[in-house]
Design a protein around this ligand. Structure first.
Ligand code: FE
Length: 200
């Protein structure tokens, strides 16, 4: 499997070469590429996933649709696009905690979470979270999952991109979706942390 591990410089050079080729062939323009970069740096991101989660916490029918067809439910809110074509949302409950990984590379639901954090792409996380999820969550993320709660690890691929519907924090009855969305962290949608606690 040589050639799988590449340096940042090598990746940057390859991207540059691809970019030049796309422009040269008239497939892309520099402006289009700049615009794509801007979208994935500033516009899509965990704030969109948070909006979806807050709606699911507030609207049981939307939640049912989200769990049945995440891509379709997100499209209702105008959220979707590249790397979000086949999303699957898994729900945290009192009995089950979910966490996502891509053991092969770094598949991730871009439209709702933005670009993956560096640690998500690192071999240590990708291997260890599968072998010892409870330990990794506690030691690397300071997140202790009760021994009574089963941890399920979902391995994403380019065909299936998982993300987590975290449990709604206690003490949030009557909160608006905008208020609830503030409690939904990126990490809670990856499953390496809980939603943020409500403060009085
Ligand atoms: Fe991947």
């Amino acid at each position: 499997m040589s050639g799988l591990v590449r340096s940042q410089e090598e990746i940057a050079a390859r991207v540059k070469a691809l970019e030049s080729m796309l422009i040269e062939k008239g497939i892309m323009t520099t402006q289009a590429i700049d615009r794509l970069v801007e979208i994935y740096e500033n516009e899509v991101g965990p704030q969109l996933g948070a909006k979806v989660v807050a709606k699911a916490w507030s609207d049981p029918e939307f939640k049912a649709r989200l769990l049945a067809d995440a891509t379709g439910a997100c499209a209702e809110l105008g959220i979707g696009g590249l790397q979000g074509e086949d999303m699957v949302v898994v729900e945290d409950t009192a009995e089950v905690h979910n966490v996502i990984v891509c053991t092969l590379c770094s598949c991730y639901p871009w439209p709702v979470l933005g670009l993956p954090p560096n640690w998500y792409k690192e071999p240590q996380y990708r291997a260890a979270i599968v072998r010892e999820p409870r330990k990794v969550l506690a030691e690397s993320f300071g997140y202790t999952v009760s021994d009574y709660v089963e941890i399920r690890v979902w391995d994403s691929s380019s065909e299936m991109r998982y993300w987590v519907l975290p449990a709604r924090p206690a003490g949030t009855d009557g909160w608006t979706e905008d208020q609830l969305a503030e409690l939904v962290s990126r990490d809670s949608m990856i499953g390496v942390g809980p939603a943020i606690e409500a403060t009085a």
